[in-house]
Write a protein that binds this ligand. Structure first.
Ligand code: HEC
Ligand code: HEC
Length: 452
């Protein structure tokens, strides 16, 4: 309701010819409103039939369909109730027109990965840290009587994604104009283990993605999500205006506020320590808001290097000569792929909500980000996103440490619930900047971060 009134006020402001000016980018309000709808549009022709949704439970080893089926379905795969009317389907599911006929097929949209639930609040723009995309795809395909051979894993550890690899893999089947071609193969890394960044950071970032490799002014850099083979070159390119709207929408997003009590005096102490120890990379907040957009070299950050080394030079070169990279700024300047060789220090607005932390989601709380010796080596969590999973003291997600890696005889869906930091792409080392703080100082910084 509130949202609608806000929307109307914004539309009126826009109609008067005014635009809301953000700190870093102006927001085009009508475009942002259209973009809000566009992130829920199908990315591809249907993958599955609607029947597969209704019958997936037959793959769960149950004798009969669970009574509260929609909820059971969401819990099994790490999906969330939609915040809008979605025909009874979970957030992230769409009903594209396509080969299977209007309305009978299912596909996905951006929100499959870019909406999540934390401390009992479902938030659009929060990375989905509960999703097991591998099980979702395999079991829905099986319910349709298919057994597709997946060329790449879609998910190695629940809550992480191999999303960048779809684009890299699928570009092999496209020429520079995005026309289909016989694949020109390049080596692929199968352990990206990417944590999905929060969309509300987009407005601050000059470069995006964990590696800081794309200019945030570019629209086309958001479009490789459309590369699935069923989309023609033309059908991808003609969606550029829609993605300009999506970009405007991303620029309009604000971080969610910490929902529990904050010890303001302690947070004030933490602010002083933060200014001393962290500002140079993460920027400052509040009145003196400033984000340095710093790309920190691997030798300095020391976090898992797999993602930074994942992309073969021939794949990168192919992307850079393709339609995606042929976009120019208002003054005719090209949007080069920038950065590489390290990880971008992200803005920390709304950081309370975005656990687990680091680019691979290997650290469950902010406290552990700031004390590397205490980080759990092998752990699991409830994936419920409710208040019980939320750790207010250490700020992040409660977890259970396990003595060993999961037994290989367990079903893969259960093994993926265990985060094993000894596995490739999942290392939890590095970012040791909080290690020298005393326990009191560390807790004060954690308290301060709740206020951002
Ligand atoms: C299959 C899951 C998935 C889907 C679907 C998806 N994304 Fe993402 N997205 C990711 C992952 C994972 C990353 C992090 C990649 C990285 O930085 O290496 C990401 C990163 C981004 C970023 C960069 C954020 C930042 O701060 O660096 C933007 C913007 C984004 N996605 C927009 C979109 C849009 C728009 C759509 C729909 C058209 C979409 N995504 C669909 C998984 C997904
Ligand atoms: C030298 C630069 C640098 C300094 C100093 C630094 N950080 Fe970071 N920080 C980074 C980078 C780079 C990342 C991302 C690393 C990765 O994902 O591999 C990061 C990640 C984080 C994250 C996780 C963000 C997320 O979304 O997962 C938090 C929280 C954080 N830093 C807090 C702090 C605090 C608090 C301090 C001060 C005690 C601090 N950092 C000091 C560079 C720095």
């Amino acid at each position: 309701m509130c949202d609608r009134i806000m929307g109307e006020i914004l539309m009126i402001v826009a109609a008067l010819g005014l635009v809301a000016a953000g700190e870093h980018h102006p927001v085009n309000v009508p475009a942002a409103e259209r973009g809000r709808e566009s992130v829920r549009k199908p990315l591809n022709p249907p993958f599955w039939s609607l029947r597969a949704y209704q019958e997936a439970w037959k793959r769960w080893g149950l004798a009969k369909k669970p009574a509260d089926y929609d909820r059971a379905f969401r819990a099994r795969y790490g999906l969330h109730p939609p915040l809008y009317e979605n025909g009874g389907l979970p957030m992230g599911f769409t009903r594209p027109r396509g080969l299977l006929g209007l309305g009978q097929g299912l596909g996905n949209d951006c929100l499959l990965c870019h909406a999540g639930t934390v401390a009992g609040q479902t938030i659009i723009g929060l990375g989905n840290s509960a999703l097991d995309m591998q099980s979702l795809y395999e079991e829905l395909a099986a319910a349709d009587g298919l057994d597709p051979i997946m060329p790449l894993p879609l998910c190695n550890a629940r809550g992480t994604s191999e999303a960048s690899n779809f684009a890299v893999y699928l570009m092999q089947f496209r020429d520079a104009e995005l026309r289909h071609r016989l694949p020109v193969k390049y080596p692929l890394c199968e352990n990206l283990c990417e944590d999905v960044p929060a969309w509300w950071h987009f407005r601050k970032k000059k470069t995006i993605y964990h590696l800081g490799v794309a200019d945030s002014r570019s629209v086309r850099t958001l479009m490789p999500f459309l590369l699935i083979l069923g989309n023609s070159a033309e059908s991808i390119k003609e969606r550029e205006p829609e993605f300009a709207d999506i970009r405007a929408y991303l620029l309009s997003l604000e971080p969610p506020r910490y929902p529990y009590a904050i010890d303001r005096a302690l947070a004030e102490q933490g602010k002083a320590i933060f200014e001393h120890t962290c500002v140079r990379c993460h920027g400052s907040y509040g009145a003196e808001d400033r984000y340095p957009n710093k790309l920190v070299p691997l030798e300095v950050i020391g976090t898992d290097a797999t993602l930074a080394h994942a992309f073969a030079p021939e794949g990168v070169a192919h992307y850079l000569e393709s339609w995606f990279a042929r976009e120019h700024g208002p003054a005719g300047e090209p949007y080069h792929g920038l950065g590489g060789g390290g990880y971008q220090a992200p803005p920390l607005d709304g950081i309370w909500a975005t656990a687990p932390y680091l680019h691979n989601g290997s650290v469950p709380t902010i406290y552990h980000v700031l004390k590397s010796s205490e980080r759990p080596r092998i752990f699991t969590r409830s994936f419920r996103g409710d208040a019980l999973e939320y750790d207010q003291r250490r700020v992040g997600l409660k977890f259970q440490t396990l003595p060993n890696a999961p037994d290989p005889s367990l079903p893969a869906i259960d093994r993926r619930k265990v985060y094993d930091t000894t596995q490739p792409g999942r290392g939890n080392r590095g970012h040791t900047f909080g290690d020298r703080l005393t326990e009191e100082e560390r807790m004060a910084v954690v308290e301060y971060l709740k206020t951002l």
